[in-house]
Design a protein around this ligand. Structure first.
Ligand code: NAD
Ligand code: TYD
Length: 339
């Protein structure tokens, strides 16, 4: 059995990764270490093979807890745990510095202390800032780091610590940088699940600014598969950009969701723009395709349809979230602009 340590495995991408790996391998055992913040949800793990999955509730900033949970003879740490929402980082950045920066360093130290064979840092294209509108420029692995939001700054800082662990101590590290994910179990603070859940409830869909910001969307399972291949085939010390060559204007994403649900475009409500709103993300994924032998398997139309169906079939999951602390968040974030 290969033992791996996954942080943030009760969140959106981490849980998709755990579902995929337990389904597609028979010789991997996972310790899933997650603090269960507002974004972590044990329901996301329903149906995984419990004989090869151990859940431990803990904070990645807590060194003793990490060391206690890390299995002996650990093949890899996959660090998904993070504060992940840009809007929340604009309201308050402290938690982003703690979890995303300090937490990553704690895990790097634990990896060294226990001779973990590889450290995979799940990073984001947002560390590279924003590309000009409708240009033919793309993010590559050598694009400069120019984070614009506190979230992106914290993820960029984390990458520097990963690099430093490689250069200073020779730790075997790999960094993956992916674009915007969509799919089942994404917390409805992010664009696609927020719009699906509002549309299903006939509530207004808040589109920031002119709706012409571009994001490069990837189905979550394609991202999860790329991370696994980065672990199996990636070169130590390297960075791999992951993207499905799927740039979409926000407004087109929102209209596609309304059309798929048979709801009117009149639900769209343009609201004040996000501060420092990055205009365009677009990823050149050549290196992952060539060196990892990876390519996305789900196209945009199919992925969006599957995602919408998942939210339709899992309305209880959405209702549990919408009934909790989410209501205060939503009110603070959108209350005034949607009146
Ligand atoms: P998410 O917010 O859905 O989940 C984050 C998970 O981390 C939650 O389960 C939460 O409980 C856990 N967590 C938070 N703080 C923790 C702490 N201190 N200790 C232990 N666990 C903690 O996020 P996601 O969308 O699944 O993103 C996962 C990773 O992928 C993040 O590192 C994010 O930066 C990166 N990423 C996300 C996207 C995207 O589109 N969502 C794109 C590229 C990269
Ligand atoms: P988001 O899902 O927050 O991801 P990120 O900011 O990490 O790219 O947002 C995706 C895009 O959708 C981004 O351009 C901001 C925009 N957006 C809205 O227009 N309205 C919303 O309510 C949200 C949450 C996002």
């Amino acid at each position: 059995m290969k033992r791996i340590f996954v942080t943030g495995g009760a969140g959106f991408i981490g849980s998709a990764f755990i579902h995929l790996i337990l389904r597609e391998t028979s010789d991997v055992e996972i310790v899933n270490f997650d603090a269960l913040t507002y974004a972590g949800n044990p329901e996301n793990l329903t149906g995984v093979d419990e004989t090869r999955h151990t859940f431990v509730k803990g904070d990645i900033c807590d060194k003793a807890a990490v060391l206690a949970a890390l299995p002996d003879d650990c093949e890899a740490i996959f660090n998904f745990a993070a504060e992940s929402h840009v809007d929340r980082s604009i309201s308050s950045a402290d938690e982003f510095v703690l979890t995303n920066v300090l937490g990553t360093q704690v895990l790097l130290d634990a990896a060294r202390a226990r001779n973990v064979r590889r450290f995979i840092q799940v990073s984001t294209d947002e560390v590279m800032g924003s590309l000009p509108d409708e240009s033919n420029l793309y993010f590559t692995e050598i694009s400069p780091l120019k984070p614009n939001s506190p979230y992106a700054a914290s993820k960029a800082a984390a990458e520097h610590f990963v690099r430093a662990a490689r250069e200073t101590f020779g730790l075997d590290t790999v960094i993956t940088r992916c674009g915007n994910n969509y799919g089942p179990r994404q917390f409805p603070e992010k664009l696609i699940p927020l719009m699906i859940s509002n549309a299903m409830n006939d509530e207004p869909l808040p589109v920031y600014g002119d709706g012409r910001n571009v994001r490069d969307w990837i189905y979550v399972e394609d991202h999860a598969r790329a991370i696994w291949l980065a672990f199996e085939r990636g070169k130590a010390g390297e960075i791999y950009n992951i993207g499905a060559r799927n740039e979409q204007y926000n407004i087109d994403v929102v209209k596609a969701i309304l059309d798929a649900l048979g709801k009117p475009h009149s639900l769209i409500k343009f609201v004040a723009d996000r501060l420092g709103h990055d205009r365009r993300y677009a990823i050149e994924a050549d290196k992952s395709e060539t060196e990892l032998g990876w390519k996305p398997l789900t196209n945009w139309e199919e992925g969006l349809q599957k995602t919408i169906e998942w939210y339709q079939e899992n309305q209880e999951w959405v209702a549990h979230i919408r009934n909790g602390a989410y209501r205060d968040y939503y009110q603070k974030m959108y209350g005034a602009s949607l009146k």
